[in-house]
Design a protein around this ligand. Structure first.
Ligand SMILES: [Zn+2]
Length: 169
């Protein structure tokens, strides 16, 4: 069974202005988490609370074109990391009264945006590698590319499923 910590990796960061997606939420028979680009759905988890302000995820799923054939997630390139310019790669900035954690990076490092193209039945669709990397760590994750370069595609794993938005060139 997927853990709460695994689900939380799909939440929006604390810094995002969308305060309704900082935590997973439950509604009707499902629990959800999203960062605005990827949404994950599992059978309702007893430790995940309801949130009346959370997005209407059920509608998002029902409005998405049905998945075609599920395929393995392709091999993903290694992340390309560079030093954060705000904290100069140290992960800390001067604060009051002490050094505080830099919020612009992950321990001084910034992951470069990487894209990957996956061939659907008709179209090739482009995805953010960072999001696919998270999905690929779910048990038996597979993706079904929707034949529309502007609509979300499906993924599934042992305990649930989800949607991932494509990127533009
Ligand atoms: Zn930094």
């Amino acid at each position: 069974m997927i853990t709460i910590d695994q689900i939380k990796q799909f939440c929006g960061s604390i810094d995002t202005k969308r305060h309704n997606i900082h935590l997973p939420w439950s509604r009707e028979e499902y629990s959800y988490a999203t960062n605005g680009h990827v949404i994950i759905r599992i059978p309702r988890h007893p430790e995940i609370n309801e949130n009346p302000d959370a997005p209407d995820a059920a509608k998002l799923f029902s409005n998405t074109l049905p998945p075609g054939e599920y395929i393995d997630i392709p091999q993903l390139p290694e992340p390309i990391l560079s030093n954060c310019s705000v904290c100069r790669g140290t992960g800390r900035i001067a604060g009051e009264p002490n050094w505080i954690e830099c919020k612009e990076c992950d321990n001084g490092k910034i992951a470069e945006l990487q894209k990957i193209t996956i061939q659907g039945v008709i179209f090739e669709v482009i995805f953010n590698v960072e999001y696919l990397r998270k999905i690929s760590k779910l048990p038996n994750a597979k993706i079904a590319v929707v034949n529309n370069t502007e609509k979300p595609s499906w993924f599934k794993f042992d305990d649930g499923d989800g949607l991932i938005m494509p990127m533009r060139f």
